[in-house]
Ligand binder design. Structure first.
Ligand SMILES: C[S@@+](CC[C@H](N)C(=O)[O-])C[C@H]1O[C@@H](n2cnc3c(N)ncnc32)[C@H](O)[C@@H]1O
Length: 267
């Protein structure tokens, strides 16, 4: 039987959305509660300034990287695809850092932030400002796309900053653990892939969320995209707060969370 696709499922009673339009001060936003997930459609900077989200145990997020070129190419067996990152801009770091500063103040345990290379220092400094110890890590993607014309070394890694409070819970007890996380990137055609150009692998997010979130904790992702962090957090028994500015990606995140509940809690 084919895997159910994110776009062709029917919600069950348990996965039914409770949708409201709320306002805090002058900030209006759409809020969607599905089981243990509370998903907001809006600008996370405004919602953070209005204090909408409240405290959480772990911040796990993947904000815009401030890329100079907001597109990339990816070769697949069906030809070359162009990936368009319309949500990014070369000036994004200033806004991302402002949001992370507000969000980090509410974090009780630890944070993991995917970053653009040139953002990583600013992000680490911001988390230190909130009283956390901040360090760098790398996600290695062992099978990068083949080099295109004029492309020297295709990128096979992404930067990560992680940070924790004194005495924080740490859930990775492997003797061989280190700050290089190896996990294959998602490709079009995989059952897990949805229509988001920078969707992260659920396996990697589960590993990161498990490492930084105490039992039955609350995980926040103020740049949730297609909701990968949310599905990872729910599958590990945590509750989730997510925010996405694009209504199209917000809808995909809601559908992924519904599908998670319909499958009886399988990520
Ligand atoms: C790198 S993507 C996250 C992808 C996600 N990790 C996934 O697996 O699908 C960053 C997301 O942040 C969203 N975004 C950008 N600025 C935002 C803002 N101010 N508030 C909320 N979301 C924002 C973008 O629309 C984009 O979907």
């Amino acid at each position: 039987m084919p895997e159910p696709s994110v776009l062709d499922h029917k919600p069950t009673a348990e996965s039914q959305r409770i949708v409201t339009t709320d306002q805090v001060g002058s900030v209006q936003f759409q809020k969607c509660v599905i089981g243990d997930a509370t998903l907001y459609c809006g600008d996370s900077r405004e919602l953070l300034r209005a204090g909408v989200f409240g405290p959480c145990d772990a911040l796990v997020t993947d904000p815009p990287y401030a890329l100079q070129n907001r597109f990339g190419t990816m070769k697949t067996d069906k030809g070359t695809r162009r990936l368009q990152f319309d949500f990014d801009s070369k000036d994004a770091t200033f806004e991302v850092v402002q949001s992370l500063r507000l969000c980090a103040e509410q974090v009780r345990n630890a944070a993991v932030i995917f970053c653009g290379t040139e953002q990583a220092g600013d992000v680490a400094r911001t988390l230190r400002t909130s009283g956390m110890v901040a360090k760098h890590a790398v996600w290695v993607k062992p099978y990068p796309p083949p080099p295109g014309d004029g492309n020297w070394w295709p990128s096979a890694h992404e930067n990560i900053v992680y940070a924790y409070r004194k005495g924080a819970f740490f859930g990775d007890d492997s003797k061989y653990r280190c700050n290089v996380f190896v996990c294959d990137n998602l490709r079009y055609g995989r059952a897990e892939k949805v229509a988001h150009p920078t969707q992260k692998p659920i396996e990697l997010l589960k590993y990161l969320v498990r490492s930084v979130t105490p039992a039955r904790g609350t995980v926040i992702d103020p740049y949730m995209g297609s909701g990968t962090t949310g599905v990872a957090a729910l599958s590990l028994g945590h509750s989730f707060i997510g925010c996405e500015i694009s209504p199209e990606f917000f809808e995909i995140a809601c559908q992924r969370v519904e599908l998670f509940y319909e499958r009886g809690g399988a990520a």
